[in-house]
Design a protein around this ligand. Structure first.
Ligand code: 13P
Ligand code: SF4
Length: 303
């Protein structure tokens, strides 16, 4: 039996013993996505985590995603597949810093991208994901919006609303470093392909794309599209599901640097060890959890 098959069987046995469900984000390694019971984008995973009946949730992704599961499910044990897997963008804003920004803009409603610390969600009026930013902003009565922490998603939303959107200057290094010239080059190399970008990309990149979509929206878009080839401008992990669901279509990346190091920290070995040791349990102080829960549930009620 191969090492991978061995690990797959070990994880299947641990799932039965713990009564656990394994949840994986679309950016996870292919072999990790393959052992997951549920895969999806941040919005889908947040929603699915409210509908589980298992006592233990093993979250293969980064810390803020596992925190969202724990925020919504205090009665369940949520294990993060790899303790060190964080999101550098989420770490760019603390609750203290957000309180300072709120003092500067007292009339603004705070819309917080889920890629954020639990303490930041607790200070926010409502959360959003890359799939529903505009819908969330439009659902609010305020004309002024303080959008944190991703400046690029916030800017993309601001181009589609009449509201005044104030941008906190956070960013995702994986998407922010992509340059418009790379899109132009990809168009020259693959003139027949549609270009799909994640809204965490810079405005100049989004302007050159055919669509700006969350990861699961890209999966749905490609399935429905009559086109045969696509340039995919997000983390390369998405290619696994894209190829599996569309074996007759072609996918191109811009470069070899579309990799989120934190997403790749989870391996089959770390998943198995985490389950065996019941380690990396997500705990959130109750006052913060309740504040964050209000912001996440308000988002789920809108979308
Ligand atoms: P999605 O919610 O679109 O999957 O994005 C999550 C993320 O971390 C993007 O960098
Ligand atoms: Fe965070 Fe970017 Fe990685 Fe997504 S891809 S988890 S935003 S660092």
């Amino acid at each position: 039996m191969t090492d991978i098959e061995n690990l797959r069987q070990r994880i299947a046995r641990l799932k039965r013993e713990l009564g656990a469900v394994v949840v994986a984000h679309n950016y996870q390694r292919p072999e990790v996505q393959d052992i997951a019971d549920i895969t999806g984008d941040s919005l889908e995973l947040a929603r699915r985590c409210t509908q589980l009946d298992s006592q233990v949730v093993v979250f293969c992704g980064v810390r803020f995603m596992a925190e969202t599961a724990a925020i919504l499910n205090p009665e369940r044990t949520v294990l993060l597949s790899e303790a060190d897997a964080g999101c550098p963008m989420a770490d760019m804003l603390t609750a203290d810093e957000l309180r300072e920004w709120k003092r500067r803009y007292p009339d603004a409603a705070v819309v917080c991208y889920v890629n954020s610390l639990a303490e930041v969600k607790a200070e926010s009026d409502i959360c959003c994901t890359s799939a529903n930013g505009l819908q969330i902003v439009e659902s609010l009565p305020n004309d002024e919006i303080l959008f944190v922490p991703d400046q690029n998603l916030g800017h993309y939303v601001s181009t589609q609303t009449k509201k005044h959107v104030i941008l906190y200057p956070g960013f995702c290094y994986v998407h922010h470093r992509i340059k418009p010239e790379q899109i132009e080059m990809a168009r020259r190399l693959h003139p027949e392909a549609e270009v799909l970008v994640h809204p965490e990309c810079q405005p100049g990149v989004i302007a050159l794309a055919d669509a700006a979509l969350s990861t699961s929206q890209m999966l749905r878009y490609v399935k429905a599209s009559p086109h045969q080839s696509f340039v995919i401008v997000t983390e390369e992990g998405l290619l696994h599901s894209l190829r599996r669901q569309n074996p007759d279509k072609s996918f191109y990346l811009l470069s070899g640097s579309q990799i989120c190091d934190d997403m790749k920290k989870t391996t089959l070995e770390t998943v198995a060890r985490t389950m065996e040791l019941k380690r990396n349990i997500i705990t959130i102080p109750e006052d913060i959890r309740l504040g964050a829960k209000r912001a996440v549930e308000r988002m789920l009620a809108v979308t």
